[in-house]
Design a protein around this ligand. Structure first.
Ligand code: NAG
Ligand code: NAG
Ligand code: NAG
Ligand code: NAG
Length: 453
């Protein structure tokens, strides 16, 4: 065919390519993943105004971004810098984390302390721990070290003051911290697994410390004995602090993922068969429940309407699975193929917004209109999960640049997941939708709407 004979074809051609544009990524090519991650990170940061460092101000009608999402943001951005070598956000990360550390150096700034849960506090602490793990420059001056901030939070959460003393929930970490808070009388699995995750991570920083693995083990013993983690490796949401036998059986992806990552670290440091069983069981169940057709889905809400908090969870899901592969390499065979299919689908959702590359929440091959920091951070988490963590990325301003080579593409020990569908017919999913009584469902709705406030 001859070249275009009519100028009128040109705009048509342009608009067709624009529709096809969006975020391009080849999940088998590390350079391509990094390039895509850079764009998604930039768009994520567009939600951060910095007027209130550490907080993502959320304009209506999307609703509020609760303070914990700031901790999630900085963890994602620390991951981003350590896996791509891009240090342009270093100052904001450092400032945001230190600003929200609060007067006790424990991430309980007075402005938010009334509504903060143990899980929120731990998520901030995990970001500080990640800073320590990845060699992120200390803030210097009077600022406490990253590791100190994380340790402070863990130590506080280890005390009886944060826990249920009597009854069938005795020993469990409560959801919220202060008796005046709505969620004080709720035992949230999220708080307990976030605590375990923090303790397990700290144990890698101080392998001589015998208290840390002991407290992580105690937490898992409690969760398993109380059937918050059941024999089929489902990880349930929580229960009223007055009666831990009445479990709300909704499942959220980040809760399972935190449990898995913690168990994987424990397996790494102990080589104990007991932990291996838990790792293998949780790996399989997490994939079965939260990756129908090989693509991540927040099954408890995504078919309907997720609240703003819930739109962030898939970021943690991918991140914890990537960490699990690192510390328990035998799991890569089942995890990596799923991370690839999920990240590929995630990127395909990024064709929205004015820039035609804002991401959506449901990864069904197109933008679903659900633009937000949660959608961005989840896609970023999916992409980053394919990249190895780079050691010693010098901080911006410290005169250095990326020190370790990043030429190798992401390795794939296996072929892609077959993606055969088990989605809504698996027992776990059935439980989520039908196994919950009307009363429990009401409670669950109440608590998910209060969750992480
Ligand atoms: C607490 O909130 C007030 C009022 O919005 C603000 O001026 C102050 O900077 C906040 N403090 C911190 C530590 O963020
Ligand atoms: C071990 O870690 C715990 C938790 O952070 C801490 O309270 C304790 O002081 C540490 N013990 C030693 C001997 O460092
Ligand atoms: C726990 O039970 C004991 C004995 O029944 C009671 O004295 C105490 O007040 C209870 N503590 C709490 C925190 O409920
Ligand atoms: C423990 O984790 C490290 C990476 O952090 C990994 O290189 C090593 O192989 C793991 N050890 C075991 C026994 O899986």
């Amino acid at each position: 065919m001859a070249k275009f004979s009519s100028l009128s074809l040109v705009p048509l051609f342009l608009s067709a390519t624009r529709v096809l544009a969006g975020l391009q990524v080849d999940v088998d090519d590390a350079a391509s993943v990094k390039k895509a991650a850079a764009l998604v990170a930039e768009d994520l940061m567009s939600f951060y105004t910095g007027e209130i460092p550490g907080i993502l101000p959320g304009p209506p009608p999307e609703g509020d971004y609760y303070p914990w999402t700031g901790g999630a943001l900085w963890a994602a951005m620390l991951d981003y810098r350590s896996r791509t070598g891009d240090t342009q956000y270093d100052e904001k990360i450092s400032e945001g984390l230190q600003w929200q550390r609060g007067p006790g150096d424990d991430f309980l700034p007075q402005n938010w302390s009334i509504t903060t849960g143990n899980d929120d506090q731990a998520i901030w602490a995990m970001a500080a721990l990640l800073a320590a793990e990845t060699g992120f420059a200390e803030a210097g001056g009077d600022n406490p070290k990253w590791l100190t901030l994380a340790q402070n939070v863990f130590d506080e959460q280890s005390t009886e003051a944060r826990r249920v003393v009597n009854g069938s929930c005795a020993g469990a970490l409560r959801w919220q911290i202060f008796a005046t808070s709505n969620g004080y009388n709720w035992v949230a699995t999220s708080s307990n697994v976030a605590y375990a995750n923090l303790g397990a991570g700290l144990s890698l920083q101080d392998r001589q410390n015998e208290t840390l693995p002991k407290l992580v083990e105690d937490t898992f013993d409690w969760l398993e004995t109380s059937k918050f983690i059941d024999g089929n490796f489902n990880v349930f949401d929580g229960a009223q602090a007055s009666d831990c036998s009445k479990i709300n059986k909704v499942q959220f992806s980040y809760i399972s993922a935190f449990a898995l990552e913690s168990a994987a670290i424990m397996f790494n440091t102990t080589a104990d068969e007991k932990w291996r069983k838990l790792v293998d069981g949780l790996t399989k169940r997490t994939i079965d429940v939260f990756f129908p057709d090989g693509v991540a889905k927040e099954v408890a809400c995504e078919s309907g309407m997720c609240n703003v908090d819930q739109t962030f969870f898939k970021a943690f899901l991918h991140r914890s699975l990537a960490s699990t592969m690192k510390v328990a390499p035998h799991t890569a065979e089942s995890i990596l193929p799923v991370l690839k299919t999920s990240a590929a689908a995630a990127a395909k959702s990024c064709t929205g917004g004015d820039n035609k590359r804002m991401c959506g929440l449901t990864w069904s091959g197109r933008f679903d209109g659900l633009e937000g920091a949660g959608s961005q951070i989840s896609v970023l988490g999916a992409l980053l999960s394919l990249l190895p963590s780079e050691k010693s990325v010098d901080s911006a301003g410290s005169g250095g640049s990326e020190t370790s080579s990043s030429s190798s593409s992401t390795t794939s020990p296996t072929t892609t997941a077959d993606g055969s569908s088990e989605s809504s017919t698996t027992p776990g999913n059935a439980g989520v939708h039908t196994g919950v009584s009307a009363v429990a469902l009401l409670t669950s709705l109440l608590f998910t709407s209060l969750m992480l406030n």
